[in-house]
Design a protein around this ligand. Structure first.
Ligand code: MCA
Ligand code: AMP
Length: 434
């Protein structure tokens, strides 16, 4: 199945621009190098090299494992060992090939994305080519996304948002991408796009920088996702840009499943309706607008974690997202919360409390640790660690976690306590911490 049927895309990352031919030529050279490998890991820095590496592997039909460039040694050895991937060391933007290999089938794995659970190490999520194509075509339809669009964002290239939507999206649509390297308001303003992507933290920062926000008046669509967009941010953006952002909802495991139509009336706080090829339901006891478990199935949904088939699915084959939602009579969905408080969303990043707790416990000065997500005006939630420790400062512990895990998983705050509240089974009662 052809992932990139149009040869009209153009990709700019920072100060480097690759027209489609140059991108395809350099990616062809990568494809020739990696063909036949079981999986290839790519240090996904925000560079044109990362785009070329990913496209090269996709051409060759080799699953790509994008790595956070600041991954700690613990994450790195787990991901490489678990996926069996070999690290791709060097990509030359100037090399040219002409890949003519057969197009891989729709059920082949395109990407293996690692994502945090509530406990333990991150799990591998195989994403098929069909899932990517269905997701991108569904979103292109919702957003009337076409080759004339210039997409602008500065999101990390190792997640669904920045990589699948933000890079493979413009490549599939055949439009332009301007990646600003960092998602900073002034860089968004300078890029003069038609379509902008951001996580709520980015939109909140744009709204807090009126000059940059006003420069987005010439865009046609602002899209928010990866976490709930606060209504106040949506309204501030609308006042400054003349555009009410649309939301879309998804997960690493399911890609984007629900999105608002850019041509429909804007409904702040609601994420939209299922895209083509996907079904969604709220599994609640009562009918109507009662909050319940949000479950999805369809062509964008994965078939199981690497080495853990079946986990997360209901008996009748729906994936249980772990999010709590309501659906109204028009079939619009609103995300109202998440079942587990041990999955934290900070700046749009998904962070497992258990992984951060385990990292803290690796420090010799720490004897007990409990991690929660506390409400945060900028990040949505911030990672807060409660520790029983001796002879170590908060700053030292924060640096320690930033070194053994990715920097974004570090606690923003450490609170030293005499002991953790536990029930009679010895389980930490996190509700009593906050
Ligand atoms: C600070 N820094 C440190 C430390 N403290 N470095 C080492 N040790 C420390 N103790 C440095 C960092 O290296 C970095 O440096 C700088 O401080 C700021 O880092 P950061 O914490 O990342 O900044 P932030 O302000 O908290 O970042 C906000 C952000 C970021 C830019 C919005 O959260 C972000 O990019 N979020 C996007 C997440 C995303 O794409 N999620 C999609 C998941 P330097 O600046 O030099 O690097 S996919 C998904 O959810 C789905 C499917 C969906 O629906 O989209
Ligand atoms: P990740 O696997 O990193 O993609 O995170 C997926 C999670 O992000 C979902 O389970 C939701 O909790 C959250 N999420 C994504 N998009 C939205 C949205 N538009 N509104 C609320 N939560 C969202």
């Amino acid at each position: 199945m052809q992932l990139f049927p149009l040869a009209t895309a153009e990709v700019t990352v920072g100060d480097r621009t690759l027209p489609f031919d140059a991108l395809h030529g350099a990616a062809s050279a990568v494809a020739a190098r990696v063909q036949g490998a079981p999986a290839i890991a790519v240090r996904a820095e925000a560079t044109a090299e990362t785009v070329v590496a990913v496209v090269g592997c996709l051409l060759a039909g080799v699953p790509v494992v994008p790595l956070a460039p600041d991954s700690g040694p613990k994450e790195l050895s787990h991901v490489l060992g678990d996926s069996g991937a070999t690290l791709l060391e060097h990509v030359d933007l100037a090399s040219r090939g002409a890949w003519t290999g057969p197009e891989p089938g729709p059920d082949e794995t395109a990407l293996i994305l690692y994502t945090s659970g509530t406990t333990g190490l991150p799990k591998g999520v195989p994403v098929s080519r069909r899932a990517i194509a269905t997701c991108l075509d569904g979103l292109a339809e919702r957003w009337a996304w076409d080759p004339d669009d210039v997409l602008v964002h500065g999101l990390p290239l190792y997640h669904v948002h920045g990589l699948v939507l933000g890079v493979l999206g413009p490549l599939r649509v055949g439009g332009r991408l301007i990646h600003t390297v960092r998602p900073q308001p002034a860089l968004y303003a300078a890029a003069a796009g038609t379509l902008y992507f951001g996580v709520p933290t980015v939109w909140s920062r744009v709204a807090g920088d009126p000059d940059s926000a006003k420069a987005l008046r010439s865009a046609r669509l602002l899209v928010s996702g990866s976490a709930a967009l606060p209504g106040g941010v949506a309204r501030d953006l609308a006042a400054l840009t003349g555009l009410v952002p649309v939301e879309r909802y998804g997960m690493t495991e399911t890609l984007i499943t629900i999105a608002a139509d850019a041509r429909a009336e804007r409904r702040v706080g609601w994420v939209g309706t299922p895209i083509a090829g996907v079904s969604a339901r709220v599994n609640a006891d009562a009918d109507g607008e009662t909050p319940g478990d949000l479950q999805v199935r369809g062509e964008t949904v994965f078939t199981g974690y690497l080495g853990r088939a079946g986990a997360g699915f209901t008996d009748d084959g729906w994936f249980d997202t772990g999010d709590v939602a309501v659906v109204d009579r028009d079939g619009w969905f609103k995300i109202v919360g998440r079942k587990s408080t041990d999955l934290i969303k900070s700046g749009g990043y998904r962070i497992g409390a258990g992984e951060v707790e385990a990292a803290l416990l690796d420090h010799p000065g720490v004897s007990e640790a409990a991690v929660i997500g506390a409400p945060d005006a900028d990040l949505g939630e911030r990672v807060v660690a409660y520790v029983v420790a001796e002879g170590v400062s908060a700053a030292e512990l924060i640096d320690f976690v930033a070194r053994v895990l990715s920097v974004h998983k570090r606690p923003r705050e450490v609170r030293f306590v005499e002991g953790l509240p536990r029930n009679h089974m010895g389980k930490v009662q996190k509700a009593l911490l906050a």
